[in-house]
Design a protein around this ligand. Sequence first.
Ligand code: NAD
Length: 248
Amino acid sequence: MDLGLTGRRAAVAAASAGLGYASAKSLADEGALVVICGRDRGRIDDAAQRIGHGCVAIVQDVRDAAGGAAFIASATEALGGLDVVVANAGGPPAGNFESTPVDAYDTALDLSLMSVIGMAKVAVPAMQEQGWGRFVAITSLSVRQPMATLILSNTARAGVTGFLKTVAREVAKDGVTVNSVQPGLHATDRLLSLYGGATDGAAMGIPAGFIGDPADFGAVVAFLCSHQARFITGLQLHVDGGSYGGLQ
Ligand code: NAD
């Protein structure tokens, strides 16, 4: 299926590795012109090289609203506008209620909530103006099913999900869709560090019996950015091999 992404201009945040990288790779393979960012020049250049198709690498930390906004401004300048944004960042540290100090919430909210708001505030109005846009945020299954040892993620991602749903309904009339994708367990550096290198999906309780492949996740993101996904907005899509046990 041709996703209609040829020549579309896309910015993917925090894409030197993991789910951001996989999303950027899928978009580039589908013909989009892609700009990515990361914090380290060597790593982000290497990622752009592997993505190919003329992918542009920018050094930018998206740890807060200003960082997110700066990335979108740079990507817009590099490509002369943006049609697609994939908002992403590294996840906040693990911890439960007892172990997590109050000031850690500020940092996590900056990283996982305010950075997305910073990106949206710059990208979405321009998309509305041009009458076409796709804004997709990578969040977490923890929105749907809070995880005991990830209280920072549980808290911040619920906020960003409410924000995105509100924006989606406000801008739908302008040809702009706003969605989030909620990863369950996927084989990335973050997963390996959180779970001590474990990769046995069946033993980890994933009904599909295997851990998610970031490339499959990237393909889902690319579909949400497609022409054909124009009637999908305000969605929170969990990609989790059946891990979530609820109905909604
Ligand atoms: P990862 O740590 O494997 O990769 C994240 C990438 O982003 C790395 O290249 C890192 O260098 C870069 N990065 C981190 N912080 C950044 C910043 N402030 N500015 C710029 N670049 C930054 O993570 P991942 O597994 O790809 O996860 C991506 C997102 O999805 C995270 O928010 C994570 O919490 C969430 N998530 C992942 C999983 C999973 O199973 N992998 C599950 C649920 C949620």
